[in-house]
Design a protein around this ligand. Structure first.
Ligand SMILES: [Zn+2]
Length: 393
């Protein structure tokens, strides 16, 4: 996983210097002096403090043109561990990763989010502790927990706010509850944002402008702009599921409005359409299974849903000019028919300059994008210059 490298300036400490190691490069003291412009003695002291904290370690000798070859140092990503938690409507997926997002252990359980915060968060604490132990680590090694929730999350507090499919969760202090059980910092975001982050960091790290779209019962998007996840003022940026579809079908939505994208093209909406035609479809998974079995009505319905989604994404493409749109979520498992419908409308409804190099592709992370993103969110926090300084102190 690569990270944007921030170049330390003369006034910064070991936390800034550490950022130069995050992309995995092995570096010599002389190289650090050259990059930062800091004195040899300053660099030596900061390298020593990073060595003492175990964040970097000697990584062999650099080639030399004569004399004693200089020692190189590299990031020790296994010095601490992180817990990544992806909570969905019906599942809890947990992964223990190192500081470079390498997965050390993972676990999956069927866990309805509608069971409420006490039951679900107790499960997360128990499963999280078990996972730490199963990897031969202790809770003192655990430096952060990243969590994705299937509903709107206020970014400043990590609390879900009026989440439609999470009864009993409104305004729950998820970070405080998990921190009490796991003894470390907890960061929370909505599931779409963490999937966008996981997909971007793992498979498209070089792409500056990306839109990730999650298609399931609900529909949402995560926005990566200039390489950074954008959450908006409150954390609800990218919530495109309740944008009115231009075709104007007056279908009631669970949010109380009519004609929302989700109410027309979400997995449950497609299943309902198919059920009216006499097919056994109730959920997004049923729709995917029908498409995969070659059912014509299901294939046609998914293609049409793709067009409706495309009409809203065309507006998003016009606003954001991404170079890639990644389609994920359970409905993405229906594959190319869905993407074909999306492409058809996005390419027709956006200006040529916005679409000439635009790629619209299926998610590579699939069901793992969430935990990888939760890990990335936690890593960004833990390895920030301020947190590194605190760790060293
Ligand atoms: Zn709605």
């Amino acid at each position: 996983m690569s990270q944007p490298v921030r170049v330390a300036t003369r006034t910064t400490g070991a936390g800034e210097l550490f950022q130069l190691f995050r992309n995995g490069s092995a570096r010599t003291r002389a190289e650090l002096v050259r990059i930062t412009g800091q004195s040899r003695s300053t660099i030596a002291a900061r390298v020593d403090s990073l060595l003492a904290a175990g964040l970097i370690a000697p990584a062999g000798e650099a080639s030399s043109t004569g004399g004693r070859p200089p020692t190189t140092f590299a990031f020790q990503s296994d010095v601490r561990v992180l817990l990544a938690v992806d909570l969905g409507a019906t599942h809890a997926r947990l992964a223990l990763t190192d500081l470079a997002a390498n997965v050390l252990a993972r676990t999956y359980a069927t866990q309805p989010i509608a069971d409420g915060p006490e039951s679900v968060l107790t499960h997360v604490v128990t499963a999280g502790r078990d996972l730490v132990a199963s990897a031969g680590r202790t809770l003192t090694d655990l430096v952060a927990v990243g969590v994705g929730l299937p509903g709107p999350v206020e970014h400043s507090t990590g609390r879900p706010i009026n989440p439609p499919i999470m009864p009993g969760w409104d305004d729950t202090d998820v970070p405080a509850i998990l921190a009490a059980g796991l003894g470390t910092t907890v960061l929370v975001d909505n599931d779409v944002n963490i999937m966008a982050l996981g997909e971007h960091r793992t498979w498209w790290p070089g792409v500056a402008d990306m839109l990730f779209v999650k298609l399931g019962t609900g529909i949402g998007a995560g926005i990566i702009s200039e390489g950074v996840l954008h959450r908006g003022a409150q954390g609800s940026a990218g919530d495109i599921g309740h944008v009115a579809v231009p075709s104007g079908a007056q279908v009631p939505c669970r949010c109380g409005n009519l004609g929302c994208l989700e109410a027309i093209a979400g997995g449950a909406a497609i299943a309902e359409t198919l059920a009216r035609e006499g097919l056994a479809a109730r959920t997004s998974s049923d729709v995917v299974a029908l498409v995969r079995s070659g059912d014509h009505a299901a294939t046609r319905a998914v293609h049409q849903a793709g067009r409706e989604i495309g009409s809203v994404l065309a507006a998003a493409v016009s606003l954001l000019n991404p170079s890639i749109v990644v389609i994920g979520g359970i409905l993405a498992e229906a594959g190319e028919q869905l993407v074909a419908g999306i492409r058809e409308v996005v390419y027709r409804r956006s200006l040529p300059l916005a679409t000439q190099d635009l790629q619209i592709v299926l998610s590579k992370g699939r069901e793992n994008a969430g935990v990888l993103g939760a890990s990335a969110m936690a890593i960004d926090h833990v390895l920030s210059p301020a947190e590194i300084e605190a760790l060293i102190a």
